[in-house]
Design a protein around this ligand. Structure first.
Ligand SMILES: [Zn+2]
Ligand SMILES: [Zn+2]
Length: 237
């Protein structure tokens, strides 16, 4: 059956439309609309409000939670050097998690109605509207849900007293990542390192989608290797 060509009406809420694009969704979602004004996602004001997050909500909400978990490990007897090691390890685990999720899940090729819809909510919206400042950081309500499996994952690889500090470190890594990601899109970096990070990330959006999966991807791309298409794309540049 040949699906009728579907056109997304950008003046109407987008989330329940994009699934109808079917196989054309992938091409559509990777043609960015570079406007700071974001589209409406849902008809419902309640769901719509959950999709809009100011960047500063991330440190305001999550840094106290980070502190609470770290202090929990302190109360359980961990020394300061042990805390530092656990927090750094947590940040490290976060960078690996962020890279693997971004590379192997967020860029999965979808074509069915619900797969397209979920992909759009998860990551597609950021590629379609990369400068939408209110849809850039992860909504706190969704983060709160995802913290449950993350807690269980951390619990698997640590002891009862190190689990909270490791988890707090991972959450701190997330906060650092989300704020940096926002800054790369909306800030004007002056240092060379920040400028090259910005260029690397914007390449992921606008030129080489098979590379640059996340803020620390310059490191992890070396470990995992870049995809064949990337090399071809790089040659073509
Ligand atoms: Zn981005
Ligand atoms: Zn991406």
């Amino acid at each position: 059956m040949v699906a009728q060509e579907f056109t997304v009406d950008l003046d109407k809420p987008l989330v329940f439309q994009v699934g109808h694009l079917g196989e054309a969704y992938q091409e559509w979602v990777h043609q960015p609309i570079v406007s700071v004004e974001g589209p409406r996602f849902f008809e419902s004001d309640f769901w719509e409000s959950l999709t809009r997050t100011e960047w500063y909500a991330i440190p305001i909400i999550w840094l106290p939670v980070v502190c609470w978990f770290i202090l929990k490990s302190v109360r359980m007897g961990l020394t300061l050097p042990q805390i530092v090691v656990m927090v750094v390890l947590g940040i490290f685990i976060w960078t690996l998690l962020e890279y693997t999720l971004h590379r192997f899940l967020f860029h999965i090729k979808t074509k069915s109605y619900w797969a397209n819809t979920i992909h759009y909510l998860l990551h597609g919206c950021h590629h379609k509207h990369p400068m939408d400042g209110l849809r850039l950081v992860f909504p706190p309500a969704a983060t709160a849900v995802l913290l449950v499996p993350f807690w269980n994952l951390v619990k698997l690889i640590s002891t009862p007293s190190t689990t909270p500090a490791l988890f707090g470190g991972g959450l701190l890594g997330y906060v650092m990542y989300d704020c940096t990601h926002y800054y790369l899109h909306h800030g004007q970096p002056t240092s060379n390192a920040a400028r090259s990070l910005k260029k690397y990330h914007l390449n992921h959006h606008f030129r080489i989608q098979n590379k640059g999966f996340g803020i620390t991807s310059a490191v992890w791309d070396r470990v995992f290797g870049t995809l064949p298409q990337t090399k071809a794309a790089e040659k073509a540049r």
